[in-house]
Unconditional design. Structure first.
Length: 515
């Protein structure tokens, strides 16, 4: 991947950096996000063709406001500052930034002046257009050598530049789709200012990743833990292309999977891919380890521990393995690298394995890719759509969708109920629109009446959310007739459920899973 032209996105907080990185990649230019603490030496080492400074929630003169090493402005690399990024560049180069009387927010009219119309950054952009703004402070005096390119009714310096130094600032957000010429403006910066070739392709990435894997693994052996999810599936496919039979893919059935899931994953893989998948059944071990445990965190920890234990046993059976492969993707890397978020839940994945199993190293071939890029790569590698667009399923599985103790009986109640809900969502054609949907077996029994009989059975919760990043989510406003059908099918077809509720909480304050 080192041979590609790169654009660096420098992150000043907020959600914008990731979106900018995606927009750049959509224009076939490889991009990477780095924290604002990056040094000039590190930048020189990366050798980017351009730098984009992201937006952020701070005010430039605040005591702890994030700032750049000013030497970065002198590296001779083109820079585009967006929102906070443009204010910071202006401030650090001697301009003035002040709080505004009113916040400027939403779709706003942008007017180019003559210099704007002549500028590379606004090539093929109309003199009047709509931009998207969200700011409470603005640049009130430009640094020496800079000229104004565009204004809005409340922001006289909505865009400015020092063309000879290739430094550009825009107060609005070109990365947001509401900015009419946002794609064009970013494209102008990339191709006209940074001279990007725009030749970064997913197909090139596939062959580069495979070549990198071959170089790294050589004639050694690699183990890939498969969950049946898209990330681990694509990882396994890439590894198979790289080292063929020196890959061992292991699918561990912990007994907490959905209805028919283990069989489906195995069948899909054997039928659609050349990968030799070993499936191992540890359901008895997991269930007995969970016996009597009701605390959500305790359940997660036990499952993590049992997972490691099962893998140790399997690794020994396989014999010596040199590398462990993981399906880590770019947002995972960014999350763990730049944020110090409070622990809400002990998310479990194979990340815990290297501590206990003696591998030479870890390989993470998807480290640089976004989820939708992994999807594209999966399709290109021939993975069936059904698998590529599978909704996420948590490592601890149904154990965190059964409130209270997990038992074989409760699993037998939850599985068919969850299957009905999923079946009806798919039948209604909503499975691409709704990001995640599942049933939860509460630990509560309520009174009902069936026929002439009193019943005292379980309350089932249904959860469906729409989200792009799974960090925040809205509850999905499912059609009432769909909910009615699901509810009636579940109480009629699944014994021991006599009441169904639909969850209407977003994340935050709730989380997607109930435990
Ligand atoms: P929460 O419940 O934290 O879930 O809002 C966010 C997303 O993460 C998934 N999730 C997990 N995935 N191991 C995983 O691999 C876990 O332990 C885990 N817990 C939650 C959840 O399904 C949702 O997509």
């Amino acid at each position: 991947m080192n041979t590609h032209q790169k654009v660096l996105i420098i992150d000043f907080g907020g959600q914008t950096a990731m979106l900018i990185a995606r927009r750049v990649r959509e224009q076939h230019v490889y991009s990477e996000i780095k924290p604002y603490t990056i040094t000039p030496a590190e930048i020189k080492n990366i050798d980017p063709i351009g730098i984009i400074l992201s937006g952020g929630p701070s005010f430039v003169t605040d005591k702890d406001a994030p700032a750049l090493d000013p030497a970065i402005y002198k590296l001779g690399i083109p820079i585009l500052g967006i929102c906070y990024g443009c204010q910071l560049m202006s401030y650090q180069l001697g301009g003035k930034v002040e709080k505004m009387a009113h916040r400027e927010y939403g779709k706003i009219d942008l007017q180019l002046n003559q210099k704007g119309s002549d500028s590379q950054i606004f090539a093929d952009v109309s003199v009047q257009s709509i931009c998207w703004m969200s700011h409470t402070s603005s640049v009130t005096q430009l640094p020496e050598g800079f000229v104004t390119l565009a204004a809005t009714p409340d922001c006289p310096t909505a865009a400015f530049a020092n063309e000879s130094k290739k430094l550009y600032g825009v107060q609005f957000h070109p990365e947001v789709t509401h900015t009419q010429f946002g794609v064009q403006i970013l494209g102008n910066f990339l191709t006209r200012v940074c001279a990007a070739a725009g030749d970064w392709q997913m197909s090139a990435i596939a062959s580069e990743i495979i070549a990198d894997l071959r170089a790294k693994i050589g004639d050694k052996r690699v183990l890939c833990a498969m969950s049946g999810g898209v990330d681990s599936s694509v990882t396994a496919l890439l590894l198979h292309r790289a080292v063929e039979e020196r890959l061992t893919a292991v699918f561990l059935d912990h007994g907490l999977l959905r209805q028919d899931e283990a069989a489906e994953v195995i069948e899909t893989f054997t039928q659609n891919t050349p990968i030799n998948l070993i499936a191992v059944d540890y359901s008895t071990q997991f269930l007995s380890a969970l016996s009597g445990v009701t605390d959500p965190e305790a359940k997660r920890k036990i499952i993590g521990r049992e997972f490691v234990r099962a893998f140790e046993i399997e690794a020994k059976k396989i014999g010596h393995v040199d590398f462990l492969a993981q399906g880590t993707i770019y947002p995972d890397v960014i999350e763990s690298g730049t944020k110090t978020a409070a622990k809400i839940k002990s998310h479990h994945n194979v990340g815990g394995l290297p501590d206990v199993i003696d591998f030479e190293d870890i390989v993470e071939p998807l480290r640089a890719l976004f989820k939708d890029e992994v999807h594209a790569l999966g399709l290109e590698l021939g993975l069936p759509e059904k698998l590529v667009y599978r909704q996420p399923f948590p490592g601890p599985g149904l154990a965190i969708r059964i409130i209270g103790e997990v038992t074989a009986e409760k699993l037998a109640i939850l599985r068919p109920a969850d299957a009905i809900f999923r079946e009806e969502i798919i039948a209604a054609g909503l499975h691409q629109k709704v990001s995640q949907y599942f049933a939860v077996l509460t630990n509560m029994k309520t009174v009902g009446v069936m026929g002439d009989e009193r019943t005292y059975e379980y309350l089932l919760g249904l959860r469906a959310v729409e989200t792009t990043d799974f960090m925040t989510a809205d509850w999905a406003d499912l059609p009432h007739d769909l909910l009615a059908r699901v509810s009636s099918r579940i109480v009629n077809e699944v014994p021991h459920i006599n009441r169904v509720v639909y969850e209407i909480t977003s994340k935050p304050p709730s989380t997607i899973e109930w435990e």
